[in-house]
Ligand binder design. Structure first.
Ligand SMILES: *Cc1c(COP(=O)(O)O)cnc(C)c1O
Length: 379
């Protein structure tokens, strides 16, 4: 039995009639953009997360970038983030003109270290971007409190943590803006690309909406397309084309009612891994009490990582090196001058981590197969 990381066809099968109907509905309507699917999805997605406003955009990267642009982050600014994440976090900062400033992580959660954050704040700090790595939220209450003290906005990269909770409350309202990805392999996958930004701030939501849509009010676009309202072109700000497609919004709406069940499957699989892999010479992922993990990734750590990866590969089991090496050691960021040894906890984690398959695309037999293969490989 082989165990892949992803299986989009199996996920499609969970909701095939609903997804097929959603796609057909959009195509038949003839409204491939500026239709009702995007605003309806925004309302439904905000409600699912317990947030007030959602702005749907073209990707998780776009959500991060648009959020920072709407907050006024620009050339000369610094944005404090972590290096053990998808490159999108740091490149979104780069494309605002600001510079990423990477700080080290707490070993247990592998998320932003609050003391390192406090030490890195300068007069140039324009935003703080914690990452909820692998689905474990960063220490959002402490980060939000520190940021508020300094009057700095927080843009939370929650692309791996949809549905995670802190103190029983879903993430999405702890930061100034909380960003999600609907890449096909994330918790709620589109059939292409998608993302969203949540906020409680109506003005900020409107700015993000404009910046992601050519700098124009959405209502005026509807008017242009003869659907609602009045008015012509009216560009109030510089804008990008980072909108979510109507078809993707319709697909996401068809999948959203299954999200809670898909998350529950991830949590069951994680519990199975935690008991099935207990007692082995590996470090298992931990969860801070009061936090609920979203388990986008199940990532173990061990010194002999490469040997285990190759043995599992030989047994037909896919593994992942997300995210290694860390960003400050990637060639593209070499000019930043961080270098090896700059972030010791991050570097240690990245050199030892190994992701094993998890998610509703897998059967319980496949999870059992992975447990057996890990146990055998470590003997
Ligand atoms: C997936 C991901 C992103 C980027 O999302 P895209 O939709 O691929 O642009 C950003 N940050 C993290 C942590 C991610 O996992």
């Amino acid at each position: 039995m082989s165990v892949p990381l992803y299986n989009h066809a199996r996920l499609y099968a969970r909701r095939k009639p609903e997804i097929d109907a959603a796609i057909a509905r959009v195509i038949a309507s003839g409204r491939l953009d500026w239709g009702d699917e995007v605003p309806n999805f925004e309302a439904e997605f905000a409600a699912w997360n317990g947030a007030t406003f959602a702005v749907a955009v073209h990707s998780g990267t776009a959500a991060l970038k648009v959020a920072m642009l709407a907050l006024g982050v620009a050339a000369g600014d610094e944005v404090i983030t972590v290096a053990n994440t998808d490159i999108a976090s740091s490149s979104a900062i780069h494309f605002t003109g600001a510079s990423p400033v990477w700080v080290d992580i707490e070993p247990l959660t592998r998320t932003m270290d609050i003391d390192a954050l406090a030490a890195a704040i300068t007069p140039r700090t324009a935003a703080i971007m914690p990452v909820d790595l692998f689905g474990h939220p960063a220490n959002m209450p402490a980060i939000a409190a520190l940021a508020a003290k300094h009057g700095i906005p927080v843009v939370e990269d929650a692309c791996l943590a949809l549905g995670a909770t802190v103190g029983g409350r879903k993430i999405g309202t702890f930061a100034t803006v909380t960003c999600f990805s609907f890449a096909p392999s994330k918790h709620l996958g589109s059939f292409g690309s998608g993302g969203a930004a949540l906020t409680e701030d109506a003005d900020l939501a409107e700015r993000m909406r404009k910046i992601s849509a050519y700098g124009q009010e959405r209502a005026r676009h509807y008017a242009m397309h003869g659907a609602k309202g009045t008015g012509g072109l009216h560009h109030e700000t510089y804008g990008l084309n980072e909108r979510l497609d109507e078809i993707q919004a319709a697909i996401l709406r068809a999948r959203l009612p299954d999200l809670t069940a898909m998350l529950a499957e991830r949590r069951t699989q994680a519990a199975t891994y935690l008991s099935g892999l207990a007692g082995l010479p590996i470090e298992l992922p931990q969860t801070v009490p009061g936090y609920e993990h979203a388990w986008r990734n199940f990532v173990i750590e061990l010194d002999a990582r490469d040997r285990l990866a190759s043995r599992l590969g030989g047994a037909g089991i896919a593994t992942s090196l997300s995210y290694a090496p860390p960003m400050h050691l990637q060639p593209v960021f070499a000019p930043m001058g961080f270098g090896e040894g700059a972030l010791p906890v991050t570097e240690r984690s990245c050199s030892r981590l190994l992701g094993i398959p998890i998610g509703p695309q897998l059967t319980s037999e496949q999870i059992a197969e992975v447990i057996g293969a890990v146990r055998t490989s470590l003997n």
